[in-house]
Every structure is written in structure tokens, then in C-alpha cells.
Design a protein around this ligand. Structure first.
Ligand code: ADP
Length: 484
């Protein structure tokens, strides 16, 4: 069950279309608590018709919203951020109920999510164009930045709040309107955010949240000429589908897709710091983030020592219901997630890797999985090419910098990479050599609203957060003025 909330009205089992709350009709989708499997709510199962209605609403709302000053939009976004913080505990509790992550992580995500609204509220006031020197006398050349128009966001379940504000924040700041389709597993957090957006004064049609059939809603959003931009966070596989579906209308795209992050521990690293970094990067959200370390490369000289220290920490973690005291590992999101983790472990063991700790379903049952370490992992195993998305640390061995750099880059993905060293020249060499959009150096936590987040290669297109994030929602218009 959803725990009692200070603001019970934050639990909505209705979609937010055009400023209206539309309850489920004949058809609904149920929301489960992954810790117990219990159904905790039901939200509307909407499709193409309602999506088209939402698109029309977003189009109607566009002109008045984009005509507001940046400062006016900033005031509303800031209010939205403040409301999120005011109701941080309730929002965290809703998130833990539908997503499973430990309550402290969920409450932390709400602050992280609100930081994008705050940041982009500030950026709304700084959308600036340019004046150029003309190569021809008597002319003036300029570039204006204008909102791209109606935007859509399709978001995943692993960060049910932050993946929405990271898109809606810059979109609304820029003067765009946005339709959000949250993941079917975690609609309650998304709908609660819409309640607070409405309360903050976001006008009808400017932000809408639709739940239902991903293919139908996604299809209608992609097919529309009115929707000028799609921002998606999710799997590379679905990213490819959406990119293809957006080709006929030449939509602008932001894609935050899968990763397979290398995490390199050089022999000169501060080993305790490196182990803390592995813990943070690998086991946060029970290993279910796109920037989670997926391949941990440890130098031969320190391999056994790192394993020893890491094992002690991993064995000290508490797995359980996200509401339980001291729990740092929640359940996996669903049965498929468990199957994938089991598959990766079985594949590695069959090829000669050894389980150091964990390795199987947790005694709690359901989708709880033991925090796991696998040693003697090599590049012929699934860990090296697929995203595991679970609490499993596969430990590879390496001998020199060139070798590990080549292994780290040997993937279609390019989202986040991490390394630990105390050699400052190596910091530069390796940072420049890693083919990744984000590099954590002597840290396992890299996400915040200020840094540009995004991947290269098949991990995606575009950047979110940072001073660059708002550009994804702006078009440049070049003005060439002849003074005659
Ligand atoms: P994950 O592995 O994180 O569940 P997905 O890429 O499957 O990642 O899902 C991310 C988001 O994409 C979710 O909101 C999901 O509903 C949506 N989605 C999945 N398939 C499609 C599709 N064919 N068209 C549009 N959206 C989709």
C-alpha cells in the first residue's frame, strides 16, 4: 500500500490533460509495489486519441506561454521546485512505493529533480542571442534563440522524478510546451509532479502527463507534425525505434540511452576511495542506473586487495523493502530485470568467472537479489557488451594503461566512465582517451544539474542539465538586415 501522505491528493489515479484530470475509464493499468508485488493504484490506459487531444492542447498553449517573459516563466518554475521540496517526503514515499528504491534515495531524488527546475528557472532569464560582424558593409547580422515548440518526453522508471524535470525544466524555461509519457511502472510520481506544477501556476496545456500504451502514445507523438521535439530516456533499443519513427517528421531528438560504464582502478589509486566509488556507482538504485559501473577493471597489483575491501562492504549492505530502516538495496523493478541479472551471471560462470559473494535471488524472495561480486571476468562474457542493470559487480583484471583504455572503449556505448588514480598526467591522458560523454575521476557520483549529462556513440544524442541543456529546446533564427 501507499503509506499515508501529508497531502493525500498527491496520489492521483488520473491523467493530466489540458489542465483537466481525467480518471481511468473502462481501461486502466495497474501500478505495483515491486517490494511486495501488491497492486497499489490504477491509472488510465490512454492511447492515440487522447494523445492527439493533448497535442492540440499543447499547441494552443504554446503561444501564450512562449510570449511570457523568461522571468515570468522562471517565477513559476521556481515555485514548482519549492513545492517539490515542501512535499519532498510525500513524493519520496510515493516513489518508493512504486519504484522500490530505499526511501532515503527516493527523497534524495526529489531534491535532485527539483534542482533541475531551479537551475532552468535561472537559465530562463539567460536565453541570449548574438550579434555578428557582417562581411559586407551596411548589413547587420544576428541570431535569435526561440522555443522549438511543442515537445514530448518519454521517461523511464529508474528515476521517476528527475528524468521528468530534467526535460520539462528546460522545455518550459525556453517557452516550449511539453507532453510527458512516464514509464508504466512509475506513473504516480509523474502525476504528483503534475499536481504541483498546476499548483505552481503552470497553465493548462503547458505540461501534460499521459499514461497508457507506450506504443500508441509514443506512435502518436512521433507521427505528429505539431510535436517538434522528442526527448527520450530509456533503452538503446527503444531509442532506435523512436529515432526511426521520428524520421518522417524530421523531429529534433534528445536521446539518453543505455550505457556500459567502465570503472578503472589503477595501482596508484587510493584504494579505500576507489572501493567507496564502486559502491556508489555500482549499487545505487540497486544497480539500476544508466551510469552504473558495469565493468570494473582493477590493476593486477591491487586486484586481490580491492576485492577483499569491496567484498567486506558489499556483505555489509542491507537488502529489503525501501521503507525498512537501514535498507540500501531495494528490489529489482520486475521479473525480467531479475532474469537478465541471472543470465549475465550464469554466462560468466559458464565461461570461467567465479562468484565471490551473492549470485542468487535473495531469501526475501520476489525480485530481491543478493548484492553480488563476480571475479575473473573477461571480455568474452555478456557483462562486457550488455548493460546488466542489477546489483552485480563484475571484476576484470588489467596490466597496463593502454590495454585498459582499449578494453574500456571496446563497446557500442559511451555514456559514463570512471577511473581512480593519483597520477595527474594519467588523469589527463585517460580522460582524453575515454570515448564517453561523462568521466568521473576519483569519484563514483557524477550527476547534478550543473554538469552536461549525455552520451556519445549509441548512448545517445544531446545533453541534459547544465548551461547547454536549454539549447536542446531552442532553435536559432538568423537575421540578416540590410540597412540600405
Ligand atoms: P527500460 O528498459 O528502462 O524499461 P525502455 O526503453 O523499455 O527502458 O522504456 C523507457 C520508456 O520508453 C518507458 O516510458 C516505456 O514505456 C517507453 N517505451 C517502451 N517502448 C516504447 C515504444 N515502442 N514506443 C514508445 N515508447 C516506448
Amino acid at each position: 500500500q501507499v503509506p499515508s501522505l501529508n497531502r493525500p491528493d498527491l496520489l492521483r489515479q488520473a491523467c493530466y490533460i489540458n489542465g483537466r484530470w481525467q480518471p481511468a475509464g473502462a481501461s486502466s493499468i495497474s501500478v505495483n509495489n515491486p517490494a511486495s508485488g501488491a497492486v497499489i493504484a490504477a491509472v488510465p490506459n490512454l492511447g492515440r486519441k487522447e494523445t492527439e487531444e493533448a497535442i492540440a492542447g499543447a499547441q494552443a498553449a504554446l503561444r501564450p506561454w512562449s510570449a511570457k517573459t523568461g522571468k515570468e516563466r522562471a517565477v513559476i518554475l521556481m515555485k514548482w521546485a519549492q513545492l517539490m521540496l515542501k512535499h519532498q517526503q510525500d513524493l519520496g514515499a510515493l516513489m518508493t512505493s512504486e519504484q522500490g528504491k530505499p526511501l532515503a534515495e527516493a527523497v534524495g531524488e526529489i531534491a535532485y529533480a527539483a534542482s533541475f527546475l531551479e537551475w532552468f528557472a535561472e537559465e530562463a532569464k539567460r536565453v541570449e542571442g548574438d550579434v555578428f560582424q557582417s562581411p559586407k558593409a551596411g548589413q547587420r547580422l544576428m541570431a535569435l534563440k526561440q522555443p522549438i515548440g511543442v515537445c514530448a518526453a518519454i521517461t523511464p522508471w529508474n528515476f521517476p522524478a528527475a528524468m521528468i524535470t530534467r526535460k520539462a525544466g528546460p522545455a518550459l524555461a525556453a517557452g516550449c510546451t511539453m507532453i510527458v509519457k512516464p514509464a508504466e511502472q512509475t506513473p504516480l510520481t509523474a502525476l504528483a509532479l503534475a499536481v504541483l506544477a498546476e499548483e505552481a501556476g503552470v497553465p493548462p496545456g503547458v505540461l501534460q502527463v499521459l499514461t497508457g500504451d507506450a506504443r500508441e502514445i509514443g506512435g502518436a507523438l512521433c507521427d505528429s507534425d505539431v510535436v517538434r521535439k522528442l526527448s527520450f530516456t530509456g533503452s538503446t533499443e527503444v531509442g532506435r525505434i523512436l529515432m526511426r519513427q521520428c524520421a518522417p517528421t524530421i523531429k529534433k531528438l534528445s536521446l539518453e540511452l543505455g550505457g556500459n560504464a567502465p570503472f578503472i582502478v589503477f595501482a596508484d589509486a587510493d584504494l579505500d576511495a576507489a572501493v567507496d566509488g564502486i559502491m556508489a556507482s555500482k549499487y545505487r538504485n540497486t544497480g539500476q542506473t544508466c551510469v552504473c559501473a558495469n565493468r570494473i577493471y582493477v590493476h593486477d597489483d591491487v586486484y586481490e586487495e580491492v576485492l577483499k575491501r569491496l567484498t567486506a562492504k558489499v556483505q555489509g549492505m542491507k537488502t529489503g523493502d525501501g521503507f525498512g530502516a537501514g535498507v540500501t538495496q531495494g528490489p529489482l523493478i520486475d521479473g525480467d530485470a531479475v532474469k537478465k541479472v541471472q543470465e549475465h551471471i550464469a554466462d560468466a560462470v559458464a565461461k570461467g568467472a567465479k562468484i565471490v559473494t551473492g549470485g542468487k535471488l535473495h531469501a526475501l524472495g520476489g525480485t530481491f537479489f543478493e548484492p553480488t561480486i563476480v571475479r575473473d571476468v573477461t571480455h568474452d562474457m555478456k557483462f562486457s557488451c550488455e548493460e546488466t542493470f542489477g546489483p552485480v559487480a563484475p571484476i576484470f583484471r588489467f596490466k597496463d594503461e593502454q590495454e585498459v583504455l582499449a578494453m574500456a572503449n571496446d563497446t557500442i556505448f559511451g555514456l559514463a566512465a570512471y577511473f581512480y588514480t593519483r597520477d595527474y598526467a594519467r588523469i589527463w591522458r585517460v580522460s582524453e582517451g575515454l570515448e564517453y560523454g561523462i568521466v568521473g575521476i576519483n569519484t563514483g557520483i557524477i550527476s547534478n544539474e550543473v554538469g552536461p549529462f549525455g552520451g556519445v556513440k549509441q548512448s545517445g544524442l544531446g545533453r541534459e542539465g547544465s548551461k547547454y541543456g536549454i539549447d536542446e529546446y531552442l532553435e536559432l533564427k538568423y537575421l540578416c538586415i540590410d540597412l540600405g
